[in-house]
Design a binder for this molecule. Structure first.
Ligand code: UT7
Length: 329
């Protein structure tokens, strides 16, 4: 019997309408368009302004687009994986909220928390579920409302993050396409450098945690930067070496969009020509688990069947890795 592969068969995405550009940010804190552009590569980011709308709002919009573009119906979905750090609630899961809003009644749904690496971790999980033969139609989301955990008085983090969602449909195929390999890692020693200090079970919300701004992102930028460069470049190069892929074999490189200088390091290590590197950080900033599916959504029309695509990400935890994908349509 031929091996079952997990292939992406549909894509959807959503970014909020409101654009927070560097100019407006400069009126809110001591920063400048020049600093943000040269140090990070971001010009603007999208912010979800709808009242009482959480991450599920954007995930649902992305999935509605996917359903409209494919012939798949909500009742056919049998698994929902949502990679997010900004679930609407600590519980129930964002996947449960999304299932209810989309009318998905015949699926298991749960969230995965691997911070900015969440989408590649979720996609790899989806591939395992599909390859087992037990699941046939899996929705894999990367969705984040980063503005809900951003302190807009902190110039070291506020310019970096934005909101958005992307989703892919993953199905079985016996063709040599889809998720071919992945390398995923965790180094818990990195946890202290990038975290949300309060609101979890170790430090539940209190007046003190609010006063100390511990419900928004804490990041030691340089430590994270150093590890992101080493590990994203390393994982991308390793997955290519392991599978005997040269830079010429790679049609598209899709790196997590955290900092243009980190992306440059990945490009140098892999040798992939810049024209084949997908970059949209200038428009959306770092949407954490959503950066890669948003890139896939924006570039879907450029992909051709059989294209070799490398996805790579790094995030809190630390978590990082790379996925080798063969585009299926
Ligand atoms: O996605 C998950 C993983 N996250 C990442 O991969 C992010 C990794 N880290 C980074 O991308 C970079 O470290 C940052 C973009 C966060 C910071 O860039 P940096 O080049 O590492 O800057 P820095 O933290 O070393 O700060 C340099 C200077 C400091 O001033 P002094 O001490 O040299 O006077 C900062 O206070 O830049 C200052 N600075 C700013 N100036 C204007 C920091 N933020 C700003 C700002 N505007 N927004």
């Amino acid at each position: 019997m031929s091996k079952i592969h997990a292939v992406i068969t549909g894509v959807g995405g959503y970014v909020p309408e409101y654009i927070l550009d560097n100019q407006e940010l400069s009126t809110m804190m001591d920063t400048s368009d020049e600093w943000i552009t040269t140090r990070v590569g971001i010009k603007e980011r999208r912010i979800l302004k709808e009242s009482n709308a959480g991450t599920s709002y954007m995930a649902v919009k992305a999935a509605e687009e996917l359903f409209a573009k494919t012939s798949v119906k909500p009742e056919e979905i049998d698994l929902i994986l949502v990679a997010t750090t900004t679930s609407d609630y600590i519980f129930p899961s964002c996947a449960s909220v999304v299932a209810e809003k989309l009318g998905i009644k015949n699926a298991l749904g749960f969230d995965l928390q691997a911070a900015c690496s969440g989408f590649i971790v979720a996609l790899t999980n989806a591939a395992s579920f599909i390859e087992s033969g037990r699941y046939k139609k899996v929705l894999v989301f990367g969705a984040e409302k980063m503005s809900s955990i951003t302190n807009y008085e902190d110039r070291t983090t506020a310019p970096l993050f934005g909101d958005g969602a992307g989703v892919v449909l993953v199905e079985p195929s016996t063709d040599e396409l889809g998720v071919m390999d992945s390398l995923l890692y965790t180094d818990g020693g990195g946890g202290k450098h990038l975290m949300l200090k309060a609101g979890g079970s170790a430090h539940p919300a209190s007046y003190e945690t609010i006063d100390r701004h511990e419900h928004s992102i804490y990041q030691e930028g340089q430590a994270v930067f150093k590890h992101a460069v080493t590990n994203m470049a390393g994982a991308s190069g390793d997955i290519m070496d392991k599978n005997n892929l040269t830079s010429e074999d790679i049609n598209w490189l899709i790196p997590h969009q955290a900092n243009l200088r980190i992306i440059d390091a990945v490009v140098n290590r892999t040798g992939v020509d810049y024209s084949r590197v997908i970059i949209n950080i200038e428009k959306y900033g770092n949407t954490s688990a959503a950066t890669i599916p948003i890139c896939i959504w924006e570039y879907e029309k450029k992909f051709k069947k059989g294209d070799n695509i490398i996805l790579t990400a790094f995030g809190a935890g630390f978590t990082w890795g790379a996925v080798w994908l063969k585009w299926a349509y």
